[in-house]
Design a protein around this ligand. Structure first.
Ligand code: 1GP
Length: 239
């Protein structure tokens, strides 16, 4: 039973918007975790994503275990490769980088992850991951050695997202990249959300409450906030 995914579907059906805080274990100060968790608890977050392009797995376990004891939100892994899987999390976004043509990120890492996933109770949520050009090179682009999709070519982005849905992905994730100069264009979010029937995640370069709301209004079902919260844990206190 895919509980986390079912809840996302129910939220979408009820037009209830979801918000994930992305925590990169390498950027988190482990000494400050207690304060961080208090901030997460008082934020409007509905999910916690844990991961990053380059993360050491022992820090992921440590962070996830801390989170599990203190926060009741679902904890989803957002891994760059199989070494970043913590079996202590609740689920994993099983990301296939559909915007690129690097077989490692399309299928190879997934094959290698299976022995770990089979021994875990992680809810595996297949996710079509589309990197969108955002004004400069991002870590995803560098690490995956793939080119992002042109931010002005909505048609190919819509086609790629739909292909992801036809392939059986349960979510589509439009990613501008962590710390992106430019977030995913709102018109692109609208176009893709109209094209697909599965839930749409949008993240990368979203730095204000207004930008979150704009992404929701454009058609995002779940928005991801990374740097803005990591750099200022009072981010959600501003209105
Ligand atoms: C999640 O990588 C993003 O999709 C997070 O990006 O750190 O720019 O919020 P930011």
């Amino acid at each position: 039973m895919q509980k986390i995914y079912q809840d996302i579907l129910v939220a979408k059906a009820q037009d209830k918007k979801l918000l994930a805080i992305l925590l990169d274990p390498d950027k988190i100060e482990m000494d400050n975790l207690t304060l961080l968790f208090e901030k997460i608890k008082s934020s409007p977050a509905t999910h916690i994503f844990v991961g990053g392009s380059i993360v050491k797995s022992n820090k992921i376990d440590e962070l996830v275990l801390f989170l599990k004891e203190r926060v009741s939100l679902p904890i989803l892994l957002f891994p760059g490769n199989p070494s970043q899987i913590s079996t202590f999390a609740d689920g994993i976004l099983f990301l296939s980088l559909l915007s690129g043509r690097n077989p490692d990120y399309l299928i190879e890492h997934h094959v290698n992850a299976v022995p770990i996933l089979k021994k875990s109770n992680l809810e595996v949520i297949s996710t079509g991951y589309l990197l969108i050009e955002s004004g400069g090179q991002t870590a995803v682009e560098r690490v995956s050695q793939t080119k992002p999709l042109d931010r002005n070519k909505h048609e190919i982005v819509c086609q790629t997202a739909k292909a992801g849905e036809f392939l059986g992905n349960k979510l589509i994730y439009l990613e501008a990249g962590s710390g992106a100069q430019l977030a995913v264009p709102l018109e692109m979010i609208t176009a893709v959300s109209k094209e697909i029937s599965i839930p749409l995640i949008v993240g990368g370069g979203i730095r204000s409450q207004e930008a979150i709301q704009d992404a929701f209004n454009a058609g995002a079902d779940l928005v991801v906030i990374g740097n803005a919260f990591e750099n200022d844990s009072n981010f959600f206190n501003y209105s």
